[in-house]
Design a protein around this ligand. Sequence first.
Ligand code: DSN
Length: 478
Amino acid sequence: MSRNAESTAFRSALEVIRAVEPRVADAIGAELTDQRESLKLIASENYASPATLLAMGNWFSDKYAEGTVGRRFYAGCQNVDTVEALAAEHARELFGAAHAYVQPHSGIDANLVAFWAVLADRVESPALKKAQVRQVNDLTEADWFALRRELGNQRMLGMSLDAGGHLTHGFRPNISGKMFDQRSYGTDPATGLIDYDWVAEAAREFKPLILVGGYSAYPRKVNFRILREIADSVGATFMVDMAHFAGLVAGKVFTGDFDPVPHAHIVTTTTHKSLRGPRGGMVLCQPELADQVDRGCPMVLGGPLPHVMAAKAVALAEARRPDFADYAQRIVDNSQALAEGLLSRGATLVTGGTDNHLVLIDVSGYGLTGRQAEQALLDSGIVTNRNSVPQDPNGAWYTSGIRIGTPALTTRGLGAAEMDQTAELIHTVLTQTTAGANADGTPSKAKYTLDPGLADKVARQATDLLATYPLYPGIDLA
Ligand code: DSN
């Protein structure tokens, strides 16, 4: 396929949009320029392929398709069936999963589907049984009361937020924290690593219905075999949220004990992070949970998005190609090169390094909060996000950390040498930024000073660094 085809496709699309609302066409064009010019180090972002992007922009968006393949509540779903079945087949083959459900719209949705499936499978409740055999009208007030109490009073053990866990693993700002009585496992204060003995002890004491593995800010591999053994020892269902590292599983960088799919009863993921697909979610599970998982819509999900399922099928087909394994390995190589570059310049990293796609810098060593560091880096053309570090004294809003990740820059083709240059740019900005003060003289957690001339210089250096690695080289909108 010629590069010209990509330019023609996107130029034509913008021309059609511009005829209706030119400001939207302009914003789409401006977003491409911004993404091309900034050093994107947000660990959860990536750049989907033109084929994946184009698969989303069409009339599949117009179709309702509640239900599952071959069993829909709407007529005329034969083509939706084709793309949903394709996406699920690619997912099963890619991850070696018994069952794949590709309808979730996001990671939060995928986790909700998984929670429902486990509750429905595991909670012993006559009321629930009635509801499930579609005798909902036979449920009495007492049944409803029992159902709410039984479903809303279950226990979950997951990784604590400040150690790198995710909001949807039972924390209060998310509904999972209201649905479940949650307890967290943290990391060893000395090493920053998961202490599996501690997890085992917490599981023995708390006896959770669900043990959750997975993270959004832990820079190390997790041994899922050990977590499964812990889950089994207390009769818990073992769920893994692999949203961040799904690309590393798909690319066979994480295998054996570090691949969650053979070990977990149920695995959830997003499709747009290291997996490099469209924005969306997915659930993989063992056969005994498949029926409940497939009830995701309408149990907790709105109608499926067939255009996004089409794009998932395209992206998963891409991830099955041999070059994706090479990409996944380069993500980790780059992450380790970036960590080395930062360490050699004196930065403090949580756990002292990384063996996945992300690095967590403890910026308190620079005398900054995460919020100050995030903004100073942004002023300098470097896009990151602030993040708590374990036992963070600055809480989840200001934080003491900066999370950086390499999936996006690796997609552009940057390698180890450029990671070292990136480390130099980050280090320069952080050493040249000073924390500010409030009007009353007390230290501010948000204000900071950075010479604008230096910020501009770093931003130009970042753009120069990226110039050799154009984003979407086949797309010329001019
Ligand atoms: N928002 C994603 C992240 O940045 O890690 C996870 O929810």
